[in-house]
Ligand binder design. Structure first.
Ligand code: BES
Ligand code: MN
Ligand code: ZN
Length: 504
């Protein structure tokens, strides 16, 4: 990944390929953001006017490159839009800094080193700029013979100007940024990896390797262990595939921890729909259906890298949902790990089946809270669009806390209800419940189904990331095309808050 350094030298004096400055939208036209002073001086104070003449307005997403004058060591100056300038006396919104840094990280693909001279009012801004730049610089080129279709590598080094490498808070902010960005990017890599290379077995092997590297305890239940344990949901979904399912437990423990969080991820390495086969047009991106498991995996590793004083256990419910001679049929009844029976009316509602077993198993360890993450329903995408995930919970205060944590990390989300009246829509004439209810409120019905498998008295939240997990459009801000690493930052934020005694 792109390297991160902190630099106290002047933006003009720093040896780099490019220097990044911020341009904000003021009431009377664009204005340079603090941090750009030395560069502006080298332009004889005419940088704002030059940028305006070139058509820059300071709008979010804007990137304007111009040759640097004598007096600036770097060859190129890149001005990125910060959106509306803050009111006098107020700082820049961290998300505006993340997005602008992300645009720069992307625009400088192929460069060795860039100096980021964006406005910094404190350590939180250093973290925001670093996270944005490292996430924006991400590219997935593993399957391209030329190291990227454009033949460029990603930006080699991000130097944050105005941050002091010897300042404890600045250093900690940088370390957090690196750990979080690395793990968001790990999740993105896993999501982008095609299903022919990332099946349940290969995914489990990656967790085992990371477990060795970061001192995590990893247990993998294979198909035999799943059968012995009675995991009817996970087995029922995986039966149609040539590659059998897995349940992975990956645990990070801290000796001083007083709280334990359980994160549960949907890990359908490919969702064809099964016998209720998805039509063409709905299956091209379904390698992304393990995004929840990828987010959980990344979050547990990030907690370990940061040494957070909290125990975090990740549960990855891995299966490939395929039609086949041995596949579960619509109408079949599964006996779940919890003992409940489920009539499978639609094999494409598979995520809730694998999660049900993982939630019931996670509940046995009585964690202080469970958060599950899943690309669960198309209905949630219709409700909220593809830019934000829905949050459901069995505790209103916890749902509010999860929402606030997501917002603070720059992850768009929205609280959703679990209406009691919808529970009876998945009654089954044959079994305890069915895996599908009516169409209206489909995302909430899926949430209500999961709630049936959460242990009595355990605080639980469910994040339906079907919208934001995979970006089918072009890149924007620090979000690339393809896998986005959705929910990793929210989970790490929750773990951090819990470690700091600010939650649960
Ligand atoms: N993996 C899909 C949900 C999905 C849709 C994820 C779009 C990402 C983008 C899930 O397994 C699914 O197929 N859900 C069905 C449920 C229905 C059959 C009750 C859906 O949403 O249509
Ligand atoms: Mn499905
Ligand atoms: Zn699915």
């Amino acid at each position: 990944m792109t390297a991160l350094t902190l630099s106290t030298s002047s933006a003009a004096a720093l040896r780099a390929d490019a220097v990044v400055v911020g341009l904000a939208k003021g009431p009377k036209g664009p204005r340079l953001a603090p941090g750009a002073e030395a560069v502006d001086a080298a332009f004889d104070g005419r940088l704002t006017a030059t940028l305006e003449t070139l058509g820059a307005s300071g709008a979010e997403g804007e990137a304007t490159k111009l040759p640097a004058p004598a007096g600036v060591k770097a060859a190129v100056v890149l001005a990125v839009g910060l959106g509306d300038a803050p009111e006098d006396g107020e700082g820049y919104d961290p998300e505006a800094l993340r997005k602008a840094a992300g645009v720069a990280g992307r625009a400088l693909a192929g460069s060795k080193k860039a100096a980021f001279a964006l406005p910094i009012a404190g350590a939180a801004d250093i973290e925001a700029i670093a996270v944005g730049a490292l996430l924006g610089a991400y590219s997935f080129t593993a399957y391209q013979s030329q190291n990227g279709s454009a033949g460029k590598g990603s930006l080699g080094e991000v130097a944050v100007v105005g941050a002091k490498p010897r300042d404890k808070e600045h250093k900690a902010a940088a370390e957090r940024a690196v750990a979080v960005a690395e793990e968001v990017n790990r999740a993105r890599d896993l999501v982008n990896m095609p299903s022919n290379d990332l099946d349940p077995k290969a995914f489990a092997a990656q967790v085992q390797a990371a477990g060795k590297e970061f001192g995590l305890k990893v247990e993998v239940l294979d198909e035999k262990a799943l059968a012995k344990g009675g995991y009817g949901g996970i087995l029922g979904v995986g039966r149609g595939s040539a590659t059998p399912p897995r349940l992975v437990r990956v645990a990070y423990k801290h000796p001083k921890a007083t709280r334990t969080l359980a994160f549960v991820g949907k890990g359908i390495t490919y969702d064809s729909g099964g016998i209720s086969l998805k039509p063409a047009g709905h299956n091209e991106t379904m390698k992304c259906d393990m995004s929840g498991a990828a987010a959980v995996f990344g979050a547990v590793v990030a907690a370990a890298k940061l040494g957070l004083a909290v125990n975090v256990t990740g549960w990855l419910a891995l299966a490939e949902n395929m039609p086949g001679g041995n596949a579960t049929r619509p109408g079949d009844v599964l006996r779940m790990y919890s003992g409940k029976t489920v009539e499978v009316l639609n094999t494409d509602a598979e995520g809730r089946l694998v999660l049900a077993d993982a939630l019931a198993r996670a509940s046995e360890e009585s964690p202080d809270a469970i958060v599950d993450v899943a690309t669960l329903t198309g209905a949630m995408v219709l409700a909220l669009g593809d830019g934000r995930f829905g949050i459901m919970a069995n505790d209103d205060d916890f749902r509010t806390a999860v929402h606030a944590t997501a917002l603070a990390q720059g992850e768009d989300s929205w609280p959703m209800p679990l209406p009691k009246q919808l529970r009876k829509t998945f009654d089954s004439p044959t079994a305890d419940i069915a895996n599908m209810g009516v169409r209206p409120g489909g995302g909430l019905i899926a949430g209500l189904f999961l709630k049936e498998f959460v242990g009595e008295g355990i605080t639980w939240a469910h994040l339906d990331i079907a919208g934001p997990a995979f970006n089918e459009g072009g890149p924007f801000g620090y979000t690339p095309k393809g896998g986005t690493g959705s929910a990793v930052r929210t989970l790490v934020g929750l773990a951090r808050r819990t470690a700091e005694g600010d939650l649960l």
